[in-house]
Design a protein around this ligand. Sequence first.
Ligand code: HEM
Length: 598
Amino acid sequence: MLFLLSYYYYLHTIAHSNFMNKQHLNNMTSSPHSFFPFASDIMIGGGGEGGGAISRRVFSLHDVQILEIFLAIAVFIVIHTLRQRKYYGLPVWPFVGMLPSLIFGLRQNLYEWLTEITNRQNGTFHFKGPWFSNLQCVVTSDPRNLEHLLKAKFSNFPKGGYFRNTLKDLLGDGIFNADNETWSRQRKTASIEFHSARFRQLTAESLFELVHKRLLPVLEESQKNSLPIDLQDVLLRMTFDNVCMIAFGVDPGCLSLGLPEIPFARAFEKATEATVLRFVTPTCIWQTMRYLNLGPEKELKESITGVNKFADEVIRTRKKELALQDENSKERSDLLTVFMRLKDEKGQPFSDKFLRDICVNFILAGRDTSSVALSWFFWLIDQHPEIEQKILAEIGRIIREREVADIAGARGLISFNPEEIKKMDYLHAAISEALRLYPSVPVDHKERLNSTLSSRFYILNKLTGCEDDVFPDGTVLKKGTKVIYAIYSMGRMEAIWGKDCREYKPERWLRDGRFMSESAYKFTAFNGGPRLCLGKDFAYYQMKFAAASILLRYHVKVVNNHPAEPKLALTMYMKHGLKVNLIRRDEAELHKFLRVRY
Ligand code: HEM
């Protein structure tokens, strides 16, 4: 670019000097005022014959030349920048790179903005941030690249130092924030636990209690009072209580009549919000604020203290409880107890800090992902009554298959067992379709492994897998490159889902009425490869159980003109919540769908 600029400047100067020489010759034979009209305008003293006027004139001409050069450079930069859009997808401005476009994107729906660019760039583009920032990254929504990143070259793409440092205060060394050994040890242990019969029983029991004794009474209260309710808030409370039971083995009680404020839940929410701010603040600024204990960093510190206070209390109580336990005591199967029984690589029990990190990470993972997915699901169902009817028909068929068809009279008691939930293929498809369009984690992040060796040590870099990498689409990834994979955009790509990619169509997941799963690199809502979401099966069970239990009893009507847009956060909350009115299904309606053949 510099070369082009110099060349342009050189041509421009030659052209200009020719022009000046010609004009100068003309000037010898005509009035001094016609020499350069603009110059004559700015001459002080009317352009007399004296030497002072001539020097002023030369000075003015010089000024104008400089101005012209700057103007030419500016025009050149603008043209060059705009032409770069063709190649990079966005204009690349000197010094600030693509930042102006990002600011524009942040003012609208950022995820739609990303979708538009990735589509235009055939799935991948380099985001060039300001030269002084750490915003440089590659953004991709190409399934081939995702398979490369998440599976084929998994060990080359850890979460990385940037992610870890930003989340360190809240997540410590927990599974979400860990790489290598620290990650794999937690993953193995938790994976065994999550697939055990004991865990399945714990989750089924805790969910039954939560839905029947807490969720449905809260909804019934709102229905009786004919007051709209924020369904997203209610569902967030339910999943928070549920995941705390799984991680800590305690129930904080967020979901109960009156929807009380629970200090631990509040502290957790504030801590995640303040942590998210770090991702949009230059590292040196948030680190300085942290050091000086100012602004959001002060708030973060206070809320983490709140989270730790709760965690420390639970850990202390559990240790006492386990010490007093005899063979006849009922075995607990929450993650805290499971990890407390294990030893680290030196044969020592895990430290309280590590136990706290493990639990906090699981709470973060399971706290809001299922609830926001369910919120978008109910919003979509409200717009597609025909799909609601199909879900009801499926629920009706499953109830009819029972030995004793305990239909409408016993409606208040109808509950679904795990086998029945498993049979709900249409509901499974409807929830997956909601997650395709509104994935709970809309963008995720990896980092190309950074070598401590200089690139001169080619063979060592090659042996340690630290040489530059290349995506299947040809994108070169230098060491340390941050990669953002745009999960939201993937759900809206014609190349992946066809022309109707923006339509809500559960049928696309069904073959002969049975749910057919998709490749995790096309449908990446639950991530893929070795870091596939550990709670996926549990999350589907939880979402299907809650959705079927609600839909069986109520028609969920979204309040008229309720704005539905995503909030910019780690998880895709509905920015304005989901205000709904609940309309109780009467006996006639229930009988109707319990008779309908699906
Ligand atoms: C709709 C519900 C859910 C969705 C869409 C979802 C999605 C995801 C995604 C995208 C990741 C990868 C995150 C990353 O590595 O940056 C992930 C990881 C994880 N999820 Fe989920 N999740 C859901 C529910 C749950 C639940 C309910 C739990 C636990 C109770 C859970 C536990 C985990 C854990 C432990 C990881 C970390 C896995 C690892 O790094 O090895 N998830 N999930």
